[in-house]
Design a binder for this molecule. Sequence first.
Ligand code: ADE
Length: 343
Amino acid sequence: MSDDILSHRASVQGIVAPGNQEIDQVPEIQSLRPDCLSEYIGQAKVVDTLKIAVEAALFRQEPIEHVLFHGPPGLGKTTLAHIIAHEMGGRLTVTSGPALEKGGDLIGILTHLEETDVLFVDEIHRTPKAVEEFLYPAMEDFAVDFIFDKGIHARSHRYRLNRFTLVGATTRVGLLSAPLRDRFGLFRNLDFYRLEDLVHIIKRSAAILSVTINDEAAQSLAERSRGTPRIVNRLLKRVRDYAQVRGDGKVDNPAVEAALELEGIDSMGLTRLDRSYLKTIIDYYHCGPVGIEAIAATLQEEADTLVDVVEPYLLKIGMVIRSSSGRKASEKACRHLGYAMQE
Ligand code: ADE
């Protein structure tokens, strides 16, 4: 492992839970995550934007403007929030939209933030409306407005907060209300990673985990990771286990093939759920078009899971086509799944 990586690992910032208690980081999960923008692989434009924002904010001794990341799961939204906190020398408080059930849950967190701290709100589109309304003055004026009494006796009291940075993450940017969206200064989409970036991430992670992996195996793992660093790192660990127990501990192509077969991952990186989704459209709905609710009901899955987790990559690689009349399985999907095509 390089000294560089070791020194960053030693200086990882504490993550703070919603009650503002430092929670121990699980060393292995955290250690594969880069702590600095200079270590971050891929998403070059996003990283460049953040480098400029961080440097300018540090120069002016101000917190960086609120940031919204949107895109499919596993592409680095949480990691980037962690990095922003680290680069700014602040702490990271992690919560999520659905966890903020009442205004008090959010106020409890906001009043404990210090200057340069980062509040990360995952799935921010699922924040209840009543809680979201506390976010507006908090983001814009660094203040919370308390309303006492009702009707003509209503009085409000403004409580000042320390200046902080809100990092919001969402898989569904379209569901964000305009007032919330407009309060973010930086607004960035995270896209699926290029193969060469995934290979680079695999090699970096393998070095941290002290795993020997050859180029061929790194390439085939990258090709079967749905363009997603979180998947790359998870599969690398499964292949490492396999190589240690059934092989000589080194990760090569036969170990990748065998371990991924056990995981139910096919030659294109599709999971069992991806294949069931496509087969449902093909078998039950004659290749479509069919609405998402019908597919979800047939699969007995949440429609949200299909929209957030399954569809983005299948759309990206042209396995599914979305139109106003519903979803259609493409010819490529039929061929991949071994259906005979009519001439
Ligand atoms: N681990 C997970 N995502 C990463 C990234 N984008 N760069 C480096 N290491 C990573």
